[in-house]
Design a protein around this ligand. Structure first.
Ligand code: ADP
Length: 396
C-alpha cells in the first residue's frame, strides 16, 4: 500500500488529495483557505462526508500540521509514515523543467529563482514544500510543473517579436500554463481514440482561468497563455489578449498607474469586466438569458475568442482530429460547448450529439459519427497526474 498526497499550495490556500496508489483512489481531499487570517476555513471530505471548520490558521506550517493531525484523528491514516510521497504543483518551472522532478536543494533554488516570473505562486509552493518536509521528513517530494508540458514549443512559437535581448537576458518568452491539465486531457483523448500513431488535438481548458493548447502526436506545439496566465482567451476576470497600447493610454488618459492597470487586466476584466455582473460563467449566462445585453456581449466575446484560437490551432496542426472540453465551464456547461461547436460547425464540419452533450456524464464523445472532428468532454485530473509522477519518480 502506498499513499501519496498531491498538494497545491497557493499564497493563502492549500489544496490536497490523498491517494491510495494501488488502485488510484482518492481517500480524502480538501482545502485550507484564508491561511494567515483569523477565520481560515478548513474543508475536508472523507467517506462521503464533508467537514467545514472555521478557525485561525497562522501560516502554511500550521495548516499542514492541522491537516496531518486531522488525518490521524479521523483515522484516515494510522501513522503518518504511510504517506510515502508528496507531489507539489508548481506554477512556474521556466525553461529549467520539461518534466516533473524529485525536489532537492538545486530544484528548490531554481523554483526560488523563478519567483520573479510567478511572484504569488512559486514562493507559496516552497512554503508548502518546507511545511510538509518538516512534518513528514521520511516522505519523498516531487515537483510537477504547470509549464513543463509546453516546453516542447519551438522558438518560433514561444519567442515574442520584441528585441531578442529580452529573451536572452530577461527570459521573456511564452511559458504557458495549465500544462498538467492539457497533458492529462490530451493523453486521455488519445486513449479514447484508440492510441493512433498520429493525432491532432485541441484542448480547451475553460475554467475561471482558461487556455487552449494544440497537441500534435502527444506534444504541445502551442498554447494560448503566455509569459503569464494573462494572455490568450477571455477569462473570468482576466482580459486575455489586448493591445498593450491600452495600458499606456489608460495611464495617460485616466491617470491610472501601472499597478492599477495590471490589476484591472487580471482581476476586473474578462466576463466580469464586460458583463458588470459576475466572473462566474453561470451568473453571466443567467443574466444574458434574462435579457442583460452586456452579459450577452460578454458571452459572445468569450465564445469568439475561444473559436479564434481553435481556428489558429487548426491551421498550426494542419487540421484537427479532436477537440476536448475540460475544466469548470468545459466539463459542466453543455450550453457553452454547444455554442462553441455551433460557431465552428460550418468551417470544421462539426456535428454535436445533443443527447451525449446534455445528458452524458464523465469522459465521453459528444460528436455524431458524421462529424468531421471528434468532440470530447474529458474532466481534467491534475491531482492524479501529480500523484502518478510522484509514485513513478520515487519508485513507490
Ligand atoms: P478554476 O480555474 O478556479 O479551477 P474551475 O475549473 O472550477 O475554475 O471553473 C470555474 C468556472 O466554471 C466558473 O466560471 C463557473 O461558473 C463555471 N461552471 C461550473 N459549473 C458550471 C455549470 N454547471 N455551468 C456553467 N458553468 C459552470
Amino acid at each position: 500500500m502506498s499513499k501519496i498526497i498531491s498538494v497545491n499550495a497557493g499564497s493563502s490556500s492549500l489544496k490536497f488529495q490523498l491517494f491510495e496508489m494501488d488502485d488510484e483512489t482518492v481517500i480524502t481531499s480538501g482545502v485550507i483557505e484564508r491561511i494567515g487570517l483569523e477565520d481560515s476555513i478548513f474543508t475536508i471530505k472523507y467517506n462521503g462526508e464533508k467537514d467545514v471548520t472555521t478557525l485561525p490558521i497562522e501560516n502554511h506550517k500550521v495548516a499542514v500540521q492541522l491537516l496531518l493531525d486531522t488525518l490521524i484523528k479521523k483515522e484516515i491514516v494510522k501513522d503518518l509514515d504511510e504517506i510515502k510521497g508528496v507531489g507539489h504543483r508548481v506554477v512556474q518551472g521556466g525553461a529549467y523543467f520539461d518534466q516533473s522532478v524529485i525536489i532537492d536543494d538545486d530544484v528548490v533554488a531554481k523554483i526560488d529563482e523563478l519567483k520573479s516570473l510567478a511572484p504569488l505562486h512559486n514562493p507559496a509552493h516552497l512554503t508548502g514544500y518546507y511545511a510538509f518536509k518538516e512534518a513528514i521528513p521520511n516522505a519523498g517530494a516531487v515537483a510537477v510543473f504547470d509549464t513543463a508540458f509546453h516546453q516542447t514549443l519551438e522558438p518560433k512559437s514561444y519567442i515574442y517579436p520584441i528585441p531578442y535581448k529580452y529573451y536572452v537576458e530577461n527570459k521573456v518568452r511564452k511559458y504557458g500554463a495549465h500544462g498538467t491539465s492539457h497533458f492529462y486531457v490530451s493523453s486521455r483523448c488519445r486513449e479514447m481514440m484508440g492510441n493512433p500513431k498520429h493525432s491532432r488535438i485541441i484542448v480547451a481548458h475553460l475554467g475561471a482561468g482558461g487556455s487552449l493548447t494544440a497537441v500534435k502526436d502527444g506534444k504541445s506545439i502551442n498554447t494560448s497563455m503566455g509569459f503569464t496566465p494573462l494572455a490568450g482567451i477571455m477569462m473570468g476576470t482576466r482580459s486575455g489578449d489586448v493591445d498593450p497600447s491600452v495600458i499606456d493610454y489608460l495611464i495617460e488618459e485616466v491617470g491610472l498607474d501601472m499597478k492599477e492597470v495590471i490589476k484591472m487586466l487580471n482581476k476586473e476584466s474578462g466576463l466580469l469586466g464586460v458583463s458588470g455582473v459576475s466572473s462566474d460563467f453561470r451568473d453571466v449566462q443567467e443574466a444574458a438569458a434574462n435579457g442583460n445585453e452586456r452579459a450577452q456581449l460578454a458571452l459572445d466575446i468569450f465564445f469568439r475568442r475561444v473559436i479564434a484560437y481553435i481556428g489558429r490551432y487548426f491551421i498550426a496542426l494542419g487540421g484537427v482530429d479532436a477537440i476536448c472540453f475540460t475544466a469548470g465551464i468545459g466539463e459542466n456547461s453543455f450550453f457553452a460547448r454547444k455554442e462553441i461547436c455551433n460557431l465552428l460547425a460550418e468551417a470544421l464540419g462539426i456535428e454535436i450529439d445533443d443527447d451525449a452533450n446534455v445528458n452524458g456524464k464523465g469522459d465521453r464523445l459528444i460528436s455524431t459519427p458524421n462529424s468531421k472532428v471528434k468532440v470530447y468532454v474529458i474532466p481534467t485530473n491534475e491531482e492524479l497526474v501529480i500523484a502518478r509522477d510522484t509514485k513513478r519518480l520515487l519508485n513507490l
